[in-house]
Ligand binder design. Structure first.
Ligand code: NAD
Length: 461
């Protein structure tokens, strides 16, 4: 990827795709609930009937074990599609809202309506879930959608391009494969919503392209999600939970803990417990069937460069060709090094001491707002202070990552970590316009009071 995206060579198959798909929405094809339900059922069947093909694509792209693939991608997306299907009638229903006395008699309701032709640009780290998750919202809300999978996860991208046309109606759902030139060509078109998941640099390119057409965007980005471990925490439990959430998908998870700030007096205990939890969960990670690989040799090399930013307590092995980076804990970390200046997005976990909650809060002042912030403490005052005195996409208390599984929670960032949110009903809302319909009977014309001439009012004032 380069900063200056090459001028796109529009491909005949993608030129005008937005305008073509918009017709499906404007013409009413995608609007009936029955159509949306049928498409959601088809999407679910596409996953259920090809589970082993999806597993194998995710193994090829990221070395994910079948169980991890199921938990975090295939099963997760099936459940999301099923939930949308079952909830659709409720989500589509108009919501009555009260009207102020001064405007009565009148009634008002909010009617969700589709936005139109939408574009979903997906990243490589959960290449199935992060492509189809937003698509479920798009379909449920009655939109047409183009899916642009990540070229860095080619097996999953190929499978999406093969199976989507077999299951979903090509008049309203398409897959366009490719990298920068293809995405640039798509971005030149007028969309009614662009849903982008990935990094902040490309998000700026997406937002600038969207601005040309006044297209709204949902930007699901990342950042350095910190963990604060207070001395009151249950240290062994904290270590188990942090280790699990960091090593899942070899740290290539947008809401994974990026680094830990820990009260100085419990740092040694936490590091020891992290080492123990890592050994318990993965044993020899190199041979563990439950440990994923890095997306590319180049990314493995990038991570290798960060190992020099601290003292390796455990891990540290890198085999870039095999895309393997061991789960690695770093102490004595240089804050000016890449490990603390960039989002790590891999299995390297720096541990840095702080002096109490004030010390932690100090590190957050003026920092970019992260996608998630985790606090491990049994002292309720500490938790409250962290919650009130920081800003992040979400806060996890004595837990990391698991909030992602609660579809009642809107998932999204703030500031540098993104804007807009989705999951469950929030996905439906992200892809809908909440249209107010206000109606006032004409039998008694109470508005007559505000028609000019304003003479009676003038006399009163
Ligand atoms: P990536 O490189 O796959 O890029 C994402 C998408 O952007 C791809 O489809 C790619 O083709 C497209 N793209 C890349 N360069 C482009 C350009 N110049 N113009 C137009 N499109 C372009 O993935 P990534 O960005 O490396 O993903 C990792 C980042 O995503 C991390 O920062 C991570 O935290 C974040 N992330 C966020 C979430 C979330 O839900 N908030 C989820 C996963 C990842």
């Amino acid at each position: 990827m380069t900063d200056a995206a090459p001028k796109a060579q529009p491909d005949a198959s993608t030129t005008g795709i937005a305008a073509e798909l918009r017709k499906a929405v404007v013409g009413g094809l995608t609007r009936p609930r029955a159509y949306r339900e049928q498409q959601l059922d088809a999407l679910r069947r596409m996953l259920v009937q090809h589970v082993s093909a999806w597993e194998s694509a995710l193994r090829d792209d990221l070395g994910k074990s079948a169980i991890e693939a199921h938990l975090s991608e295939i099963g997760f997306t099936i459940a999301e599609a099923r939930h949308a299907r079952r909830s659709l009638r409720r989500w589509m229903a108009a919501t009555p809202v009260p009207v102020p006395v001064a405007l009565q008699p009148a009634s008002a309701r909010i009617v969700p309506e589709p936005l139109g032709a939408t574009l979903v640009i997906a990243p490589w780290n959960y290449p199935l879930q992060l492509a189809l998750g937003p698509v479920i919202g798009a379909i449920a809300a009655g939109n047409a959608v183009v899916i642009k999978p990540s070229e860095l996860a080619p097996a999953t991208s190929r499978l999406l391009a093969t199976l989507v046309p077999q299951y979903l109606d090509p008049r309203s759902v398409r897959v366009v494969e490719g990298g920068v030139p293809e995405t640039t060509a798509l971005l030149e078109q007028r969309w009614d919503l662009i849903f982008y998941t990935g990094n902040g640099r490309v998000a700026r390119i997406v937002a600038a392209a969207a601005a040309k057409h006044l297209t709204p965007t949902v930007l699901e980005l990342g950042g350095k999600s910190p963990v604060y471990v207070h001395r009151s925490a249950d240290i062994p439990a904290a270590a188990r939970r942090i280790a699990w959430s960091k090593w899942l998908n070899a740290g290539q998870t947008c809401v994974a803990p990026d680094h830990i700030r820990v009260d100085r007096e419990v740092e040694a205990e936490l590091v020891e417990e992290l080492r123990r939890a890592t050994a318990e969960q993965l044993g020899d990670a190199r041979t563990s069937p439950d440990y994923a690989r890095i997306i590319s040799a180049a990314h493995a090399e990038r991570l290798q460069g960060m190992l020099a930013d601290g003292t390796v307590v455990t891990g540290g092995e890198v085999d870039a060709e095999a895309r393997y980076v061991a789960p690695t804990i770093l102490t004595d970390v240089d804050e000016s090094g890449a490990a603390m200046q960039e989002e790590i997005f891999g299995p390297i976990l720096p541990v840095l001491p702080v002096d109490g909650v004030d010390g932690f809060l100090e590190t957050m002042r003026g920092a970019d707002k992260p996608l998630a912030l985790y606090v491990f403490a049994r002292d309720a005052d500490v938790v409250r202070r962290v919650e009130r005195e920081t800003s992040s996409g979400a806060v996890g208390v004595n837990v990391a990552l698991a909030q992602y599984g609660a579809r009642t929670i809107p998932f999204g960032g703030v500031g540098e970590s993104g804007s807009g949110a989705y999951h469950g009903r929030h996905s439906f809302e992200a892809f809908s316009h909440r249209k107010p319909v206000f109606s006032k009977p004409t039998a008694v014309d109470t508005l007559r009071m505000v028609y000019p001439p304003f003479t009676p009012w003038r006399e009163r004032i």
